[in-house]
Design a protein. Sequence first.
Length: 109
Amino acid sequence: MSLRSTFSLHEEEEEPEALVFAEQPSVKLCCQLCCSVFKDPVITTCGHTFCRRCALTSEKCPVDNAKLTVVVNNIAVAEQIGELFIHCKYGCRSSASGKPPAFEVDPHG
């Protein structure tokens, strides 16, 4: 299952469940403030990327100590994260017909 179907560029009200990735994501896709895969990645005026929530709750960039002010969506990073595969908590697997968006429940989990 691709993360693309669950990842959003908009801030959500409640905290989503922790995702279990099929493979360890690159450290380049992890926030240096919370050490998790970026959630709603934004790029700062100093050029570094953080989770939106992390950037808005920190005063200084941990990389260069610059003041964190203006942030904009980092669409390129969001798309890379959207391509990551995660484990389905319901035991889903691709259907035998091979149609990409179709999934069926694996009874053996």
